[in-house]
Design a binder for this molecule. Structure first.
Ligand code: M6R
Length: 365
C-alpha cells in the first residue's frame, strides 16, 4: 500500500534511505568491501577479469554508465556499457577475460535476458547479474549475482531500484578494486563514506519542500535540458528520463562540454536548464558552461555542493546539497532530480505511477 504517500513513486523515493542501507548490509568489512558477497567463486574469478561489458535497458543502463566511471577509476578495468537491444544484435568482439554484467530491476527484461543468453553462448569469462528480484530469469541464468534490496518497486518510473543498483555497483567496484590492488586507504575512505550514505540520503530527501518550490517553474514548459559532466552525465540522462516519463515534458541530457557543439542553439528563456554540480575536478569547467547558458537567457536550476562558490542570481536558482564523497555523489545527486520530476508531474496532473504507453516490466522485444 501507499501508506501515508499520495503515490507509490513518492513512497519509493522516501524508502531509499532504508533500502540503500539494506543493500549495503553485511557486504562491507572494516576497511574494504567483502568480495564473497558476489559468491564463493568471486575472489578467484575477479582476479582474471581484464574488462567488463555492462548491458541493460532504460534506467538500469544509466546505472551502468555511472559504473563505467567508477570501475575504470577505482578498479582500473576497462568497461563498455551498452543498451541490451543494441548489444545483442551487434557482432561484439569479446577479448579474453571479459566479465559480462547485466543490470535489471525486474530480471525479466526481454532484451537484457536475450543479451545474457547470447553472452552465454560466447567466449566470456563469466556472467554477473545485479538484480532486484530473487529467482528471476536473469538471476537464475547468470553465473554470479548480487541482489539489490530495494523491495518491490510499483511505480513504473524507477527510483529506488536505480540508487540501489548504483550502491551495488559501488560494491562491485570496491570488490574488484580490492582484488586488483586499489590503494587500501582509498578503499577505507569509500567504505567509510558508504556507511554514512543512508543518513546522507535522508538529509537530501528532507530538502523536498525546496525542490517542490522549484517545480513550479517547469509545469508550463515544453522542453528541458539536463547537463552534467563525468559520472554526472548519466545522472543528467536519468533526470531527463524521469521528467519525460512521468510529466511528458520533452527533456534531453548532454554532457555539459557538448553544449556548444549544438544544443546551445536551443537555449532561450523558454528552455530551463538543470545542472548537477558536485564539488569535483570538473566544477570549474561546468561553471563556464553555465555562463554560456545564462548569456543566452536560459533559466538555470543548479543542484550544487554547499561548499561550491555558486551563487543564486537573476535567472540562476541554486539548491545546495550537503558535502559528499566524490564516489557517492552520483547517488546523492539523483535524489533531487527524482523529486523534481515527481512534483512537476503532480502539478501537471499526469498519472505518476502508471505513465501512458509504458509497462513496468518490458518482457517483449
Ligand atoms: O527491470 P529493468 O531494470 O530491466 O527495466 C529496464 C527499463 O525498462 C526500466 O528501467 C525503465 O526504463 C523504467 N521505466 C525507467 O524509469
Amino acid at each position: 500500500s501507499k501508506g501515508e504517500y499520495r503515490h507509490f513513486m513518492l513512497k519509493e523515493i522516501h524508502e531509499q534511505t532504508a533500502v540503500i542501507g539494506a543493500t549495503l548490509e553485511g557486504r562491507l568489512g572494516e576497511r574494504s568491501a567483502l568480495v564473497e558477497s558476489f559468491g564463493p567463486e568471486a575472489e578467484a574469478l575477479f582476479g582474471q577479469v581484464r574488462q567488463i561489458h555492462i548491458v541493460a535497458c532504460g534506467t538500469s543502463y544509466h546505472a551502468g554508465m555511472v559504473a563505467r566511471y567508477w570501475l575504470e577509476r577505482y578498479a582500473g578495468v576497462p568497461v563498455q556499457v551498452e543498451v541490451a537491444s543494441e548489444y545483442r544484435y551487434r557482432r561484439v568482439v569479446v577479448p579474453e577475460g571479459t566479465l559480462f554484467v547485466t543490470l535489471s530491476q525486474s530480471g525479466e527484461t526481454a532484451d537484457t535476458l536475450a543479451a545474457l543468453r547470447f553472452a552465454k553462448a560466447g567466449d566470456y569469462l563469466a556472467s554477473l547479474a545485479i538484480c532486484n528480484v530473487p529467482g528471476s530469469s536473469l538471476v537464475r541464468e547468470s553465473d554470479l549475482s548480487l541482489m539489490t534490496h530495494a523491495g518491490p518497486e510499483i511505480g513504473v518510473a524507477s527510483t529506488k531500484a536505480f540508487t540501489t543498483q548504483l550502491t551495488a555497483l559501488l560494491l562491485l567496484t570496491l570488490a574488484l578494486g580490492r582484488v586488483k590492488g586499489l590503494d587500501e586507504a582509498v578503499q577505507a575512505e569509500v567504505v567509510a563514506a558508504l556507511r554514512g550514505l543512508p543518513r546522507l540520503v535522508e538529509r537530501v530527501l528532507a530538502l523536498d519542500p525546496a525542490i517542490e518550490a522549484l517545480s513550479m517553474a517547469f509545469a508550463e514548459k515544453q522542453h528541458a535540458l539536463f547537463l552534467g559532466r563525468g559520472a554526472h552525465f548519466p545522472i543528467a540522462l536519468e533526470g531527463a528520463l524521469k521528467l519525460k516519463e512521468i510529466s511528458y515534458i520533452h527533456a534531453e541530457a548532454y554532457p555539459a562540454g557538448e553544449l556548444k557543439h549544438g544544443p546551445l542553439a536551443l537555449v532561450d528563456s523558454e528552455m530551463p536548464v538543470i545542472s548537477v554540480a558536485p564539488n569535483d575536478e570538473l566544477l570549474d569547467k561546468l561553471k563556464s558552461n553555465l555562463q554560456e547558458v545564462r548569456a543566452r537567457g536560459g533559466e538555470l536550476f543548479v543542484f550544487a555542493d554547499e561548499g561550491v562558490g555558486l551563487e543564486a542570481s537573476e535567472g540562476i536558482r541554486v539548491l545546495r546539497l550537503p558535502r559528499v564523497h566524490e564516489a557517492l555523489a552520483p547517488i546523492v545527486y539523483t535524489l533531487p532530480l527524482q523529486l523534481l520530476s515527481y512534483h512537476v508531474a503532480v502539478l501537471k496532473g499526469t498519472d505518476v505511477d502508471q505513465p501512458r504507453n509504458l509497462a513496468k516490466s518490458v518482457t517483449v522485444e
